[in-house]
Design a protein around this ligand. Structure first.
Ligand code: NAP
Length: 310
């Protein structure tokens, strides 16, 4: 194992890259462990219209490429792989990836969150066979097909709109009448004549054909409990996210949902371990707020390292 790094950043979304830019410019020579999905959630979105500085919008993957180049320009070193074990019980901290082991004086956690699934029976079997949690990844597989999107937040509206590029019809199924989606996103979906809404219904079972491919969903009415079947060629789940924190369980304090608890900005319950972005944010969860928290984490980390040196 090589000598301990000043700082290792885990995760490469807007928070991780921004932390890397700031840490690199502070001459901390950061090492970034990319994670399962380099670039994070934005690499599976389309147009980002609300990130300041892009008046005409930007594609999520292109934006993450820009972030990465900027982190690289100031000397961030990248390692492909996923952290499978973290030991924060003594310093230097130890991180194990699928291929290697690293030590660091400080760690910044920016592991973000992943799509939440419904957890219904047979989910694994139909995933990729009519079931998806990513419209931008799989939408093009459904030309002129009838699709269903589950959820009532911004993600569901965004996915439904996006899917109308391919599908003949998209039905948004939501479990109540009120929406979490922002009014601009909701209005855009309502104005799209390929989109229909089915409210007060929640999915109860996946329906499949004789080959095991999904061909519909069984719904339950949340008001009267009545069951009904809705046939479709594809079902897209857009019901929010779960934090990617399983490797930190028992190592740092997490809230009940598994989000990393931070205080005074980005400090975790372990001295020298900082967190920023969606992994530590249950409220805003935007690219720009994640980037902001990444910056804060790098500054907090730099000051902490400086204090340790004196
Ligand atoms: P969200 O706002 O938490 O919405 C999740 C939706 O899924 C809610 O409507 C929820 O219903 C529903 N849901 C949750 N569990 C369910 C279940 N088991 N069965 C059926 N429905 C279920 O999540 P999100 O839409 O992913 O958005 C997350 C954050 O990202 C938000 O801050 C959002 O503004 C942001 N975002 C922004 C953009 C953009 O601006 N372009 C795009 C996407 C996301 P209830 O409402 O009944 O709880």
């Amino acid at each position: 194992m090589s000598s301990p790094r000043e700082v290792i950043i885990i995760g490469s979304g807007p928070a991780g890259y921004t932390a890397a830019i700031y840490a690199a410019r502070a001459n901390l020579k950061p090492l970034m462990i990319d994670g399962m999905q380099p670039g994070g959630q934005l690499t599976i979105t389309t147009d980002v219209e609300n990130y300041p500085g892009y008046p005409d919008g930007v594609m999520g993957p292109a934006m993450m490429e820009d972030f990465r180049k900027q982190a690289e320009r100031f000397g961030t070193e990248f390692v492909i792989g996923q952290v499978i074990e973290a030991d924060f019980s003594s310093r230097p901290f130890k991180l194990k990836t699928d291929f290697d082991e690293f030590e660091a004086k400080a760690v910044i956690i920016c592991t973000g969150a992943s799509a939440r699934l419904l957890g219904l029976e047979g989910e694994k079997e139909v995933m990729g066979r009519g079931l998806s949690a990513c419209a931008t990844c799989d939408g093009a597989f459904f030309p002129d097909k009838e699709l269903v999107v589950i959820g009532g937040g911004d993600s569901a509206m965004e996915e439904a709109n996006y899917l109308t590029r391919f599908a003949s019809k998209v039905t948004v199924v939501h479990r109540r009448e009120g929406f979490r989606a922002s009014s601009i996103m909701l209005e855009r979906a309502r104005a799209n004549d390929k989109i229909e809404f089915l409210l007060n219904k929640k999915p109860a079972a996946y329906l499949t054909d004789e080959t095991g491919k999904l061909n519909g969903v069984q719904l339950v009415d949340t008001e009267n409990g009545e069951q009904s079947d809705l046939s479709c060629d594809g079902l897209f789940i857009a019901i929010g996210h779960v934090p990617n924190s399983s490797i930190f369980k028992g190592k740092i304090d997490l809230d009940d949902a598994g989000y990393v608890l931070v205080k005074n900005g980005t400090e975790t319950s372990v001295d020298g371990v900082f967190a920023g972005g969606d992994i530590a944010d249950t409220k805003y969860r935007q690219a720009v707020t994640a980037a902001g928290m990444g910056c804060m984490a790098a500054i907090d980390c730099e000051r902490w390292l400086e204090d340790q040196a004196h």
